[in-house]
Ligand binder design. Structure first.
Ligand code: ZN
Length: 217
């Protein structure tokens, strides 16, 4: 039988033609799918999960009455900064303001860039402004570490629904301790508050990296 097959390949031409047509059709379907993704039309990509994700939201911290007036000032500073955002590419304003250990408030806003990756986030701007004004020097003089220099950061986005920073900013902020409060205004005007640590349950271990730099690891 095998001898017959190989000696008469023309017997398989019809089957080869069908296979070739099928492959061409599959290829064009794939191209259509990819082009629909790039053109923003409905995609044929189907995503599946093997299990239902479970989200454990952290428990909000009740802000002490005595801290409320100052925290509201920080939130107002973030709101004001959000109005000054430079965001020609997203049209999405964000303002942030940090409260330092010595009661000073520094604000920042998003500053976008046509290169996109050069865009600066509001939280980064606020931290930068505080450091440029010497907060770390003042903290050191007061016997504090970099992890105690910032008490709170407020984040405000007029189009946003909550004040929690993006994950990039969470990592940036973690350089200055996980105890700082991340605050913002809730839907009823109440102050929402979480520690940075609550927003980063499994943080990149800055202490281990610092120990490595010091040769302790
Ligand atoms: Zn961010």
């Amino acid at each position: 039988m095998q001898g017959v097959v190989w000696s008469q390949p023309e017997a398989f031409y019809p089957a080869l033609i069908l296979l070739s047509e099928a492959l061409t059709m599959m290829s064009s379907t794939k191209e259509k799918t990819m082009s629909s993704i790039h053109s923003g039309q409905d995609s044929k990509v189907v995503t599946r999960t093997t299990r239902t994700p479970v989200i454990h939201a952290p428990k909000l911290i009740k802000v002490a009455k005595a801290d409320e007036p100052l925290y509201r000032q920080v939130i107002e500073a973030a709101k004001l900064a959000s109005k000054r955002a430079y965001r020609p590419y997203s049209n999405y304003n964000v303002g942030a303001a940090v409260l330092t250990f010595d009661g000073k408030i520094y604000a920042g806003c998003n500053v976008e860039n046509c290169g996109y990756t050069q865009t600066k986030h509001a939280e980064e701007g606020a931290i930068q402004a505080a450091i440029a004004d010497g907060v770390l020097e003042r903290a050191e003089a007061a016997g504090l570490t970099q992890f105690q220099a910032f008490l709170a950061i407020a984040v405000y986005a007029p189009k946003g629904s909550d004040p929690w920073p993006c994950c990039n900013c969470r990592q940036s902020l973690s350089e200055f301790g996980f105890e700082m409060h991340v605050i913002g205004e809730g839907a009823q005007g109440e102050i929402l508050c979480l520690t940075l640590g609550q927003l980063i349950p499994f943080p990149f271990p800055i202490q281990e990296v610092l120990e490595s730099v010091r040769g302790q690891r």
